[in-house]
Design a protein around this ligand. Structure first.
Ligand SMILES: Cc1cc2nc3c(=O)[nH]c(=O)nc-3n(C[C@H](O)[C@H](O)[C@H](O)COP(=O)(O)OP(=O)(O)OC[C@H]3O[C@@H](n4cnc5c(N)ncnc54)[C@H](O)[C@@H]3O)c2cc1C
Length: 273
């Protein structure tokens, strides 16, 4: 009998089936994995560009569709710039899924408020698909989404449909005069919407600065730390708790997160870095 351990770094092949340009620097990659890739919304995978390297990205597609995955990726550096040059038909490496994902059992019966900034929309989209699929479990689903400018809004082609399903609010930090919507950082939307504090859970996803001020605003509005969920990001390599790059104090984002209750992190130093 062999006692070979499965190599945790081994990836499977995934063919790029379609590439959608979302904004100037963001593309959505539709991938067909060799084998079904079952995951829970809020989890992430490591994508590998052959001979270049790997990086973690959240699945942005529905978790009930394991044969066709979507990743929405901002071109920010070495790996992502190579990824953005790839074409339909090219092959990537894919390993995972990793992390805990959103605890949907805790959300049952609650009103859910998503506070989302910029490229935080991909994991929020996977969560929305799951919430909307079982809409009767959640008395209200609201989302406040902020982008830097109208040109930076992702999933523009889906927003009208989302507005039919949930209470969806959008804002941009700055805009030309042809933008008819709200202008201001995403937290300003919280002053406009009705929140039933007694029965609402908030989920915050976005860049660190937005996560920080979003959380502070939710506390100011009256949310308790245990009712605020954060999907955290850090520079990360292995995805499996080996390289220690993603540690926040004693928590590994890759294994203990990326989703944490603010209650767990609130007394730790430097959580918004
Ligand atoms: C759990 C998780 C889920 C993620 N999901 C997505 C996603 O859905 N879409 C997406 O576009 N990105 C996502 N990211 C971020 C993504 O992993 C990084 O943008 C990517 O690793 C950058 O690789 P690079 O080689 O192109 O950049 P590099 O050349 O390594 O770095 C370029 C710049 O980006 C900074 N950077 C790199 N990684 C991060 C990070 N994790 N957080 C903040 N700054 C970083 C570097 O410090 C540097 O300033 C996620 C990260 C994590 C940890």
């Amino acid at each position: 009998m062999t006692n070979k351990k499965k190599n945790p770094y081994k990836s499977q092949k995934a063919v790029i089936q379609e590439i959608k340009r979302e904004t100037q620097g963001i593309k959505t990659f539709v991938l067909k994995p060799e084998e079904e890739f079952s995951f829970h919304c809020g989890q992430f995978a490591e994508l590998m560009v052959p001979e270049i390297g790997e990086a973690p990205f959240a699945m942005s597609s529905p978790c009930y569709r394991p044969k066709l995955l979507e990743f929405t990726i901002q071109n920010v550096g070495f790996m992502t710039s190579r990824l953005h040059k790839m074409k339909e038909g090219d092959v990537l490496g894919l390993r995972g899924p990793y992390g805990n994902g959103f605890p949907l059992d805790d959300y049952n019966g609650k009103e859910i408020l998503l506070l989302v900034g910029g490229v935080g929309f991909p994991p929020a989209r996977a969560l929305l698909y799951s919430l909307i699929k079982e809409k009767s479990k959640y008395p209200r689903i609201s989302m406040c989404y902020g982008a830097r400018s109208p040109e930076d809004i992702v999933y523009k082609y889906q927003i009208d449909d989302l507005k039919k399903e949930i209470d969806f609010h959008i804002t941009v930090d700055k805009a030309e005069s042809n933008w008819k919507g709200h202008v201001g950082v995403v937290t300003t939307l919280l002053d406009k919407i009705k929140i039933n504090l007694k029965n609402t859970l908030a989920v915050v996803i976005g860049p660190p600065i937005m996560m920080k001020f979003g959380t502070l605003k939710l506390l100011e509005v009256g949310f308790r730390p245990r009712d605020i969920y954060l999907s955290m990001e850090r520079k990360m390599y292995c995805g499996i708790g080996q390289c220690r790059h993603c540690l926040i104090d004693h928590y590994f984002i890759c294994k203990d997160g990326p989703v944490f209750k603010y209650e767990m992190l609130k007394n730790l130093p430097d959580i918004w870095e």
